[in-house]
Design a binder for this molecule. Structure first.
Ligand code: NAI
Length: 332
């Protein structure tokens, strides 16, 4: 099959990990034409805005994008391109599978869970203002419609993918109205899936339980900000940000990206781990129906890690991005 896919290399280590990923994806799925477009800091200097219109047009045309990380200035500067993309394309589901990989020394083995994060609302939407100097209001907007489509998508995904146990992660004892709405909607949807087991758990407790006993968990469904936090915690359980993939999915479009950021400390040095973006690309291949190609990538990653000879610094090795890419290609 022939495909056109938008490629957003991004900032920092983004161009390095996207280059590696494209090489490997091309090896297993040669029919892809990549339409490379610039967003982030580079686009800001060249096009005057970090998310130029032609980037959105490209994703709208192709429906699918693979994206590297994009930096967001803290406390000043432009608003997050990631949040902007999710809003503009209505990518309301964030899907983040987290599983143990062979050969990595981690605190727990056998972790295999999926985090579903609502991607458009809540505190993470960053709706803030300063009504009087020295006083800030951050608005946590939740709507029934947004919860309903997101939770429904997550349950359908669980049914289709054979997942059995769902935890709804909330802080309903304190945020009685907003998380109360989430729980009410989710309970209604859960009632349509009596063959899936649904539990409710407070976000503080889930953090403790994940650290102590992560194998208990199968699927976590949660809010935008809680999901952001839980994703990094769970990434830490299986080897860190360099190995955990992600996807942002809406009804029309999907953008696949790793959980990690631009890693300014190692950017431009050829040391970045491309596995997280590569696994995001594998999710993308599954999404477009190239399941076999996705499985080949996952298999190659597991074999290279199991052998343990080629590893980047974040996984305790000394290999470069290029050496790991070569090892993955050789494994394929
Ligand atoms: P970060 O994920 O960029 O880095 C955290 C630590 O993990 C660093 O020590 C980094 O070297 C390491 N790391 C991350 N990815 C790695 C990889 N692939 N290989 C090897 N080591 C890796 O998080 P940080 O420092 O909080 O954020 C830096 C910038 O990235 C910020 O501007 C932030 O806004 C942006 N960011 C963008 C995201 C996106 O585009 N989806 C997601 C998270 C952060």
């Amino acid at each position: 099959m022939a495909y056109a896919i938008t490629l957003i290399p991004g900032d920092g280590i983004g161009p390095e990990v996207t280059e590696a990923t494209v090489k490997i994806v091309d090896a297993v799925c040669p029919g892809i034409t990549w339409e490379s477009v610039e967003a982030g800091e580079g686009a800001m200097s060249r096009h005057g805005k970090p998310l130029p219109d032609h980037v959105l047009e490209s994703v709208r045309k192709n429906r699918i994008a693979l994206k590297g990380p994009i930096g967001t200035p803290v406390g000043k500067g432009f608003t997050s391109v990631n949040v902007g993309l999710r809003k503009a394309l209505d990518l309301y589901v964030s899907l983040r599978p987290v599983d143990s990989l062979p050969g990595l020394a981690t605190r727990h083995d056998g972790v295999d869970l999926v985090v579903f994060r609502e991607n458009t609302e809540g505190l993470y939407a960053g709706i803030e203002h300063e009504p009087v100097p020295g006083v800030i209001e951050s608005l946590r907007v939740s709507t029934e419609a947004a919860w309903r489509r997101f939770v429904k998508h997550a349950y359908e995904w669980c049914r289709y993918n054979g997942r059995k146990t769902i935890h709804l992660v909330h802080k309903g004892a304190i945020m009685k109205l907003s998380d109360g709405l989430f729980l009410r909607v989710a309970r209604e949807i859960a009632a349509d899936y009596p063959y899936l087991e649904t539990h409710e758990i407070a976000v503080d407790q889930v953090f403790m339980d994940l650290v102590l006993e992560p194998r208990r968990f199968d699927v976590l469904i949660t809010d935008n900000l809680f999901g952001d936090l839980v994703s990094d915690l769970t990434a830490g359980l299986v080897g860190g940000l360099g190995v955990v993939p992600g996807a942002n999915i809406g009804d029309k479009y999907a953008v696949f990206e790793a959980v990690h950021g631009t890693a300014p400390d190692i950017a431009g040095k050829g040391l970045a781990n491309p596995i997280a973006l590569l696994r995001s690309a594998a999710l993308m291949l599954t999404h477009i129906g190239e399941r076999k190609a996705a499985q080949r990538i996952e298999h190659a990653i597991r074999e290279v890690l199991r052998k343990g000879e080629v590893r980047t610094g974040d996984l305790g090795g000394r290999s470069t991005t290029a050496e790991l890419t070569q090892a993955l290609l050789a494994e394929l």
